[in-house]
Each structure stands twice: as C-alpha cells, then as structure tokens.
Design a protein around this ligand. Structure first.
Ligand code: DGJ
Length: 726
C-alpha cells in the first residue's frame, strides 16, 4: 500500500519506493509535513507552530493558525496566507476568497485519465494508487478535489486539482495551480532553464534567495524560453549526492513554475497554469480540472531524479507502438533542400536513403498549396502538383518498394494570410475584432477553441494519411500567440482562450492517435519550442532544436536530459559546415552526439563523398544495432558542457551488459590533458570489452578510475561501446 490515511492522527502518508510525502489534516486544513527519504510512523511532531505573526493575522479571533506561516498543500488566496496561492477565485459577490477545509477523502487503486488533458497513465491498477482529498469552501460551495497519484515503483507522485462549482451562481477562477509544496527552509539551489530559438534549455543554478523566482510562459506555448520544469536541490548536491526535488508540468501552453523564499525563511513551490492573463468562468454545476504536475525526489542527486522522470515519461506518458523501441533511422529533407525540391529530387534523395540503409525519408515543409517559401499556403493541405506530379503516393510507392518509409511535415495549427483557407475563412484565426493581426513568419494561428476549426485540421491531416504510404508525421508550430482572442466565445471568456486552444489541440491529436496508431508522430516548434510532457503524450519524440550543430546540441541535449528521456529527443547528423553556426565538425563527432537521441540525418545524401557515404552506411547500421539500448537504457550525464570544456555521458542497458559512452572536447587543450571519464551504472564485478579497441576493463575500474580521453583536438570525440564478457 503506497497511500495510508490514519484517521486517529489525520496523517496521510504517501510512500514511493525511495521516499515519503506526508501531509496532515488539522482543523480542516491540509498541512504539508514532510517530503524526503522514506519515513514511517506518526509525524505529528514535525508541524511546529512558531507564532510568527509579524503583521499576519491569525485565523478566527486570534486563536487559530497564522496561515501565513504554516505549510499548506493547496494554499488559497483571500484569508491570511499572503504567499503565492495555488488557487484564487472571485465569488459572485465580488469577494476574492477561497477558504478550503477537508471534508472527505478516498483512496482508490489505479489512476484515472484526466478528461481532455494528457496525463501519466498506468498499465495495470497495481502500479498506482490515487488519493483524493475533498475540500470545501462552505460559504461559496466551491468544492476542490486534490488528486495525488503514487507510482511507487517509479518514485513518482503526480498531482492535479478538480474545482467544482456547487454554488448557485457563476464564479471565476483567477489562478489554479496543479501543485504547491511548502518547505520549512530555504537553503536550496534552484536549477532553472532558459533559452530561445536554436538555444533551448540552457541550465542555470543559483542559491534560492528571498523573493519570488518564476519561470513562466505567456507565449501561448510552453516555449523555447523556459521549459515547464523546476528543480531544487540541497546546496552542493551533484549528480550522485544530495537532495533533489523536481516538478514537471504535463501541459504545452502558458505555465508558471515558481519557487519563493518567504519572510520566515520558508519556501513555497507553485507549479501550474500561468495565472497571468488567465481567468475561467465557472457556471453553477460546472467543473474545471488543472493539468497534471509530475513530482519526484531523489536523495542521491540529479542523476536519479532525471532517471525517475525520464523513465516515467518514456514508459507511462508516451504511448503507441514506438514507445519501447528505437525509432526508424530517418533523413529529413529540410537541411537537404529547404523549399527547393520537386518529386524527382525527392526520389533521388530517397534512392540514396535506400542505398545507405536509412529507413525513413521525411518530406519537410514545401509540398502543399503553392508553398515555395514561407510566405504562403499554411492551411491548404493539398499536394502542390506542379512540384510533385503524381502526388505523395508516387513518392511513397517508389520508396516503399525500395524498403524506405515515407514521412511528411505539417503545420496544421497555422494559417497563412496568403492561402485559400484564409480567403475562405478569415475569421478562423485567433484574433480580436477591430484589432490588427500580428504575423509571425508570415502566419497567423488558427482558433482551436472552435470545433469546426479543429475538425478541419483533423480532416486535413487524416485525409492525407488515409491515402496510405505515410509512416511518420512531423507536426510543427512556428510562432507564438499574440492577439489571442476568439470572438465567438464572448467577452467573459477571452482569458480562457489559450487553455481552450490546448483542449482543442489535444482533442485533435487524440483523434489522430486513435485513427493512425501505426504512424510515428514527431512534435516540433521551430525545434524545441514545445518540448514538453503534454506533447509527449501524443508524440513520443520531438525535434529538439533547430540548431543541428553537434557542439551546440551538447548543451541543449544536456539541459533537456534533466527531465526528458533521450528517446524523446530527435537528434540528426547534419552537414558540415553546419547551416546555423558554420562550425566544421568531424563526422564522427556529429554521429556521437546524434546517437544519444532518436537518430537521423539532416543533410543531402546525394551530395556526399564516397567516404561520407560509407560513414552514413556504417553509422546507420550501428544505430540499428544499438538503438534499443540507447532508447531504453539509463542515461548518465558525466560532464557538463555548460561549465566544462568538454561533454561526456553514457547509457547503460537495463541488465548492465552494454554501455555506450561518448566524450566530446569542446574547447581545445594544448599539451594534452589528463581527462578521464568515470562511467556510472555498470556492474562493478563484471568484465567489459571495448568494441573498437578490444581492451578489457572491470566495471569497478570503469566507474572508479574511468577511461582516458586523450583527445586534444577541438570538436573531436570518442565513442566507446563496452560489452560485458564475463
Ligand atoms: C521549423 C522546424 O523546426 C524545421 O525543422 C523545419 O521543419 C521548418 N520549420 C520548416 O518550415
């Protein structure tokens, strides 16, 4: 049993394999007591009322709690807690108060899905238990159910809230977080991420200071700028030691991930929908459910925290036939020819793929409408017959006969003002009447709050897929939202548009998943602008960044690996010099870096020298051989490219029989170096043989001393494949 409620003490104990999360009911409040290494017994003593009033009122006649100084599970705005709330509402009388007290609870086996939203799932009921704490504001009759799902073996707890208006009139939700956790100290480090297009998920680490530290998005997408995850560690924690707490939101739109150190040296984390710009009208009898927040804790540093998240995301968030296997080796046409292709060129590229052992060719942007550059045609999802006489079918038939599958690019959420669709439906985009419509990359965003628009998108994609011959879809999204209005919704609901947009998008994606279970979907948003757990529910891989430079990718993939599985990160060997940075990088390094993700090529195979062709052939074959280990094995970060002149990592198979390790020197070292890479996660007593050199090592040697990395040339790399022989 992973969830225990003790009615005598009012204590709720949630136990995963390696940690406990403990709460207690007192005077109707749901208090947070503990989150850390596994702990049992009566934890009542952990709550310490210190009487630190300091201008903060007590509840009811100076006898009750100083709400501002007690650790609460789902803090609400309006009474005397003046820290960041999880829930803020406006009542019919205009009062801004929610005062929730526990009125009931239930513990159920298994885990339900969340209607309309992506969520972690269980494969059988025994994997998970769910606690639902029922809370009520007895004045407004607002009921809130707090859901805690414990995936014991995964060391994961998920949280979300369901808000039900049992009152007689309409209320407004002004903020509704998925999770809040109060900590009784502030001596933590915050590990945050920031980025931009082509430079996603850089990692920063700083001590938690007083005040609010917020990573958020109000861009209508989880975005390149901040990814919806937050990590806190004890000071000095590293990959293998110290406390690490993590929160990841399963949502693709506007979010907030906040950690604040407050006046009494306590800290509060709040993660969920971004309250800025949000307001939800909740009529009598209606309910609202927040997205899910996935939480984990490790007492042994970041490596294990990352493992917990990546494991649950790969195995219990991603779905479909590609979930547990290496993905097909693909070649994407974008950097091979951009918009400059026709059927003959694609067929030539496809023929090269067949010769080189590439399993899937993707036709990227430019096959539809009149699209010869990015100024037109989004929305016109019919084949450009001028470029592609005979349509997609001609190409898929040709390729399929040679054993190469075909993939295709869409950007279904968008509409070009210069398109047949826009001329027919100028009201189908997000907009406010009588306001200009700002274009990004010459495009507007369709209004996915509308069912007719969602149906159009669905049918446009489904029609092409129904024709057959397509095994893969790259689903792109190339701008953020502005003027995000939907006139049909009416004036009271304009602040609901962004969330309703994602409900619309998720419904389309769900339908496509159901109708086309054989198709591999890859999410993309100018690379990694929507690399989030929400999208992973529908698409098990994401184009990690439009920056395909191997050296730049080291940082991007490192940052992404903090919470997401390597199998979700698409990584391609691109041309050298690189198209974004002009870096000249050896093929082997480009391969070694791409190998860690879902693997492919982003280059023109018809322009390769014979030597390069051989390299492609050999590397495609090698990936096919070891790809399952890379997809399912445990990934370890060994060197940090943000702070060190090199990068290194290894992936170890579940049974510890194979270890694939990589090292890249990112900054030149004159006079050699003493670098050695100590591996992690091996069997200490086993003997391993390195494939390329034939050298043998014991597991403990590889982990305690490591392997010499004598490379001195900038951008050069080493790949080791170690196989257990005894
Ligand atoms: C942005 C993507 O990230 C690229 O890979 C490519 O698909 C372009 N869009 C096409 O317009």
């Amino acid at each position: 049993m992973s969830i225990i409620y003790d009615s005598a003490t009012g204590q709720y104990s949630l136990h995963t394999k390696n940690y406990s999360y403990i709460m207690q009911e007192r005077e109707g409040f749901l208090l947070h007591l503990y989150w850390g290494k596994k702990t049992f017994g009566d934890c009542t003593y952990m709550f310490r009322e210190q009487g630190r009033a300091a201008f903060s009122p007590r509840m009811e006649n100076c006898d009750g709690f100083i709400l501002d100084d007690i650790p609460l599970e789902y803090p609400c705005w309006g009474r005397a807690d003046m820290r960041t709330p999880a829930l803020e509402m406006t009542n019919p009388d205009g009062s801004v108060i929610v005062d929730l007290r526990v009125v009931g609870r239930r513990i159920v086996q298994g885990k339900q899905g969340i209607k309309g939203l992506p969520a972690i799932y269980c494969e059988n009921e025994n994997e998970c238990e769910t606690l639902v704490v029922e809370m009520l504001d007895s004045v407004s009759n607002i009921k809130v159910e707090l859901y805690y799902c414990v995936l014991e073996d995964y060391d994961i707890i998920t949280r979300y809230a369901r808000i039900i208006n049992n009152g007689e009139a309409t209320v407004y939700i002004d903020a509704a977080a998925s999770a809040a956790v109060d900590f009784d100290r502030i001596d933590y480090d915050v590990i945050s991420n920031f980025g931009t297009h082509c430079r996603e998920r850089n990692i920063e680490r700083a001590p938690l200071n007083h005040g609010r530290f917020i990573m958020s998005s109000r861009r209508g997408a989880s975005s390149h700028v901040h990814n919806p995850f937050l990590i806190m560690t004890s000071r000095g924690a590293d990959e293998v030691s110290g406390d690490a707490y993590g929160f990841v939101l399963v949502y693709s739109g506007n979010f907030t991930a906040e950690i604040a150190a407050n006046q009494f040296d306590t800290a509060r984390a709040v993660v969920g929908l971004n309250p800025d710009g949000f307001r939800w009208e909740l009529a009598s009898g209606e309910e609202f459910t927040t997205p899910e927040c996935v939480m984990s804790y490790s007492s042994v540093g970041l490596d294990t925290l990352s493992y917990n998240f990546s494991r649950v995301f790969r195995e219990r968030l991603c779905r479909g036939k590609y979930r547990d296997v290496r993905r097909p080796v693909l070649l994407n046409s974008w950097e091979a020819c951009y918009f400059g292709f026709d059927s003959d060129r694609l067929i030539k590229i496809g023929d090269s793929c067949a010769e080189l052992g590439i399993e899937l060719m993707v036709i990227d942007d430019g096959w539809f409408g009149k699209r010869n550059d990015d100024h037109s045609s989004l929305g016109d999802w019919f084949v450009n017959e001028e470029k592609m006489p005979g349509g997609i079918k001609r190409i898929s038939d040709h390729l399929n006969a040679k054993g190469v599958k075909l993939g295709i690019w869409f950007e279904p959420e968008m509409i070009s003002p210069n398109s047949e669709l826009y001329r027919a439906h100028p009201d189908w985009c997000l907009h406010y009447e009588n306001r200009p419509r700002s274009e990004g990359r010459y495009q507007l965003i369709l209004d996915l709050t509308r069912k007719d628009v969602c149906d159009y998108i669905y049918e446009s994609v489904a029609k092409i897929l129904r024709e057959g011959g397509i095994s893969y879809v790259k689903w792109d999204f190339n701008r953020n939202m502005s003027e995000a209005g939907s006139p049909l919704l009416g004036s009271n609901k304009q602040r609901e548009v962004e969330f309703r947009y994602y409900l619309g998008l998720y419904s389309v994606l769900e339908r496509l998943n159901q109708e086309f279970p054989e198709v591999l979907f890859e999410s993309c948003s100018g690379g990694g602008g929507r690399f989030d757990a929400g999208m992973l529910y529908y698409m098990p891989q994401v184009w990690t960044s439009d920056n395909s430079d191997a050296i730049e990718r080291l940082k991007i993939q490192y940052g992404t690996s903090l919470v997401y599985p390597m199998s979700a990160m698409s990584a391609h060997v691109s041309a050298s010099p690189n198209h974004q940075t002009a870096h000249v990088t050896p093929f082997d390094t480009r391969f070694t870096v791409a190998l860690t993700g879902s693997f492919g090529y982003e280059l023109d195979p018809t322009a390769l020298s014979e030597e390069e062709q051989k390299k492609v052939r050999d590397t495609a074959a090698l990936y096919k051989e070891i790809g399952d280990v890379l997809a399912k094995g445990r990934y370890h970060r060994l060197r940090d490219p943000h702070n060190e002149p090199c990068s290194a990592w290894c992936t170890v198979s579940e049974d510890k029989s194979v270890c694939i390790a990589g090292y890249v020197l990112t900054h030149v070292r004159l006079y050699g170096n003493n670098e050695r890479i100590a591996l992690r996660g091996l069997d200490p007593d086993a003997l391993y043989k390195e494939r390329f050199t034939g050298a043998t090592y014991r597991g403990d040697q590889l982990m305690n001393f490591g392997l010499h990395a004598p490379t001195t040339l900038e951008f050069h790399s080493i790949l080791w494949i170690l196989e257990k022989i005894d």
